[in-house]
Design a protein around this ligand. Structure first.
Ligand SMILES: C[S@@+](CC[C@H](N)C(=O)[O-])C[C@H]1O[C@@H](n2cnc3c(N)ncnc32)[C@H](O)[C@@H]1O
Length: 220
């Protein structure tokens, strides 16, 4: 029997210590080639202007910019401390002119309708206070035929996978946050029920060993 979700936060990752530890973890994952950049490109999000929701320190979007041509990125992030780090990282990549980080809550994405060619977000879904509205907002700002990819943990991952993730997650200060994120994460069935209530079809929800991935296309 899988336990019910335990809400982790409604304000994203705030606080200098947590943000610094998170940056160190993601930088290490980037260095090990563990980010999901390839999945985003494979989902057809490979050109034009992309939206990233909850970029945190920004590595995923920055790697996407690095591996695609003529692209640019706008990101909405609720945590000012994360925005500071993402801007610093964009400068370090030499990509500050292609990446814009805006403070905001994805329940009301501060961009126009039909603006983006693609949208992606990783590890943020379980933190959204109102995921239905965020999905509606992602849909609203995508151009017709625009593609989206939303990936996150899932609460019912196998105990051995959970154990493995804990073991490889560094710095160790971040491990309690990983445990609370897993407790806050959704099941595939919960996400399917939620999506049915907020966006038209044209999406697919896949169960992965460590999480779930939603991919879809806005009706053309
Ligand atoms: C676990 S981190 C994931 C960061 C990054 N996407 C990654 O893969 O490393 C989740 C991020 O989403 C942000 N976030 C959470 N809720 C949000 C919301 N409603 N609107 C915008 N950003 C949000 C958090 O502040 C945090 O930076």
């Amino acid at each position: 029997m899988i336990k019910p979700r335990v809400v982790e936060t409604a304000e994203g990752i705030q606080g200098d210590f947590d943000v610094r530890m998170y940056d160190r973890m993601m930088r290490r994952m980037r260095d090990k080639g563990w980010l999901e950049t390839r999945e985003i490109l494979k989902a057809g999000i490979d050109q034009g202007l992309a939206l990233e929701v909850g970029p945190g320190p920004g590595y995923l979007g920055l790697e996407w910019l690095k591996k695609s041509t003529g692209t640019s990125l706008k990101a909405v992030e609720i945590s000012p401390a994360m925005i500071g780090i993402a801007r610093r990282n964009a400068a370090e990549y030499g990509l500050a002119d292609r990446a814009e980080y805006v403070k905001g809550d994805a329940r009301g994405i501060p961009f126009d309708d039909n603006l983006f060619d693609g949208a992606f977000t990783n590890g943020s879904l379980h933190e959204w206070a109102d995921p239905k509205n965020v999905f509606k907002e992602i849909y609203r700002v995508l151009k017709p035929s625009g593609k989206y990819l939303v990936s996150d943990l899932r609460r019912d991952m196998h105990p051995l996978v959970k154990w493995f993730m804990q073991a490889v997650t560094k710095p160790k200060e971040i491990r309690p946050g990983l445990r609370s994120s897993i407790k806050a994460a959704y099941l595939v069935e919960e996400i399917e029920a939620l999506l049915r209530q907020c966006i038209p079809g044209g999406y697919r929800v896949e169960k992965k060993a460590m999480g779930l991935v939603i991919t879809g296309t806005k009706a053309g």
